[in-house]
Write a protein that binds this ligand. Structure first.
Ligand SMILES: *[C@@H]1O[C@H](CO)[C@@H](O)[C@H](O)[C@H]1NC(C)=O
Ligand SMILES: *[C@@H]1O[C@H](CO)[C@@H](O)[C@H](O)[C@H]1NC(C)=O
Ligand SMILES: *[C@@H]1O[C@H](CO)[C@@H](O)[C@H](O)[C@H]1NC(C)=O
Ligand SMILES: *[C@@H]1O[C@H](CO)[C@@H](O)[C@H](O)[C@H]1NC(C)=O
Ligand SMILES: *[C@@H]1O[C@H](CO)[C@@H](O)[C@H](O)[C@H]1NC(C)=O
Ligand SMILES: *[C@@H]1O[C@H](CO)[C@@H](O)[C@H](O)[C@H]1NC(C)=O
Length: 353
């Protein structure tokens, strides 16, 4: 077996050689290549491949033709067409080799079918322009092996006969390991620069968070204040509850969900604070996010009652006004009618006269 994910990485990274200008983007950036292959039996293999820059999907592999489907309009122009053709061809060769070697090894080691192999490889570029590569292999949903870029070795993530065998197999490919070392140390930064240059707008995209506060009453003596925040990008966000202006520290009463993705590459989360009903405190949900700059979004819980009261008052006033107008209209109609009646009566009278 040849190293699966790192091979794919090397194929892609090796061809990403373009003299992109340094994008001057601040921060830490990660390129990630993901591959999931399901071996149903020795003759049927299902594959999914994906490339990511941060959380932005760059491209995916068509599982039937193994050709690249570009997910962003700026990815394809980042490289000359001929380079993409070469990359696609290399991917096809790699996937063929991968499937062949794994099937061969599986039959030889009597690995039971079906099984799933997952590979993640990529690199992180730090603000100081140093980079750190990584490579992980998973087997049936469990960590299996990882590539240690510090001393260029494969380390076991699970200690089994199979993982030891694959580790030994990979370790014997010294030429391959040396290639990985070069790619991980040098090439990654160059490629990242090109992608950061072309994908700058996508990476700098900012979407404002939309926050709502509402309450749930699971029992008579408990009020759950929910602050739901959605539609924001990028992912990092700070959501806190303020009690009388003071931030509520983490504790059993406070429960903030993980950040979940929306379908449009924005994110959402909710923060739930358990309080006693009518405890006399004021509660405000505070949201801080890059799109807000130095400002904070403050959504008070108490104010919604005020809004409700003023809403009721306004409603009452409006109802009263409508009632008054109706009374006036009816009165005028009556008066009008009376006048007409008297007029007609007059006319009748005049006719009669
Ligand atoms: C392999 O799996 C596929 C899909 O499950 C099935 O259609 C095919 O008959 C299987 N082939 C063999 C040789 O078992
Ligand atoms: C660069 O930054 C990373 C992450 O902060 C750090 O681990 C690394 O040691 C730094 N490298 C140099 C050469 O400063
Ligand atoms: C180098 O690799 C070996 C396994 O081969 C591991 O035990 C050791 O911790 C690694 N050293 C460093 C510095 O990562
Ligand atoms: C790797 O090389 C060692 C030493 O040459 C050998 O004993 C071992 O069987 C090899 N492992 C594999 C999986 O080929
Ligand atoms: C890669 O980096 C490691 C440590 O960061 C270093 O020991 C090694 O010599 C470098 N290899 C190459 C080929 O640059
Ligand atoms: C937090 O919310 C989760 C999911 O709703 C729930 O399972 C968990 O029990 C909650 N934890 C606390 C401390 O309320």
């Amino acid at each position: 077996m040849q190293s699966p994910c790192c091979c794919l990485l090397s194929l892609l990274l090796h061809l990403f050689l373009l003299s992109g200008t340094w994008a001057n983007l601040e921060g830490t950036f990660t390129i990630r290549l993901l591959q999931t292959t399901t071996f149903q039996n020795t003759s049927f293999v299902d594959m999914e491949g994906l490339g990511l820059l941060e959380d932005i999907e760059l491209g995916s592999l068509d599982k039937h033709t193994w050709s690249i489907h570009f997910c962003q309009p700026w990815v394809h122009p980042a490289l000359p067409r001929a380079d993409w053709d070469t990359i696609e061809n290399l991917i096809k060769i790699y996937l063929q080799q991968f499937n062949h070697l794994i099937n061969e090894g599986a039959v030889q080691r009597e690995v039971p079918y079906p099984f799933v192999v997952q590979c993640t490889a990529g690199c992180v570029l730090y603000p100081n322009r140093t980079s750190q590569a990584f490579g992980y292999v998973g087997y049936n949903g469990q960590d299996f092996l990882s590539f240690d870029t510090k001393n260029i070795t494969w380390t076991l993530s699970q200690d089994t006969e199979l993982s030891r065998y694959v580790q030994s197999f990979l370790q014997n490919y010294t030429a391959f390991t040396e290639l990985l070392e070069i790619l991980f140390n040098d090439t990654c930064v160059d490629d990242m620069e090109v992608l950061l240059h072309y994908g700058r707008a996508a990476l700098e995209r900012q979407e404002l968070p939309l926050a709502t506060v509402f309450a749930r009453t699971p029992s008579l003596d408990q009020l759950l204040l929910v602050c739901h925040v959605t539609g924001f990008y990028p992912r990092p966000i700070s959501v806190a509850w303020l009690r009388d202006g003071q931030e509520v520290p983490p504790g059993p009463a406070l429960n903030t969900s993980t950040i979940l993705p929306n379908a449009d590459l924005t994110y959402q989360l909710r923060s739930v604070l358990a309080v006693a009903p009518r405890d006399g405190h004021s509660y405000v949900c505070r949201v801080r996010h890059r799109s807000l700059g130095t400002r904070s979004l403050l959504i008070p819980w108490g104010n919604s009652e005020v809004v409700l009261i003023t809403g009721l008052m306004a409603g009452l006033l409006a109802a009263m006004a409508v009632a008054a107008m109706l009374v006036l209209w009816v009165w005028r109609q009556r008066k009008h009618q009376q006048m007409e009646e008297s007029e007609s009566r007059n006319s009748i009278l005049s006719k009669e006269a």
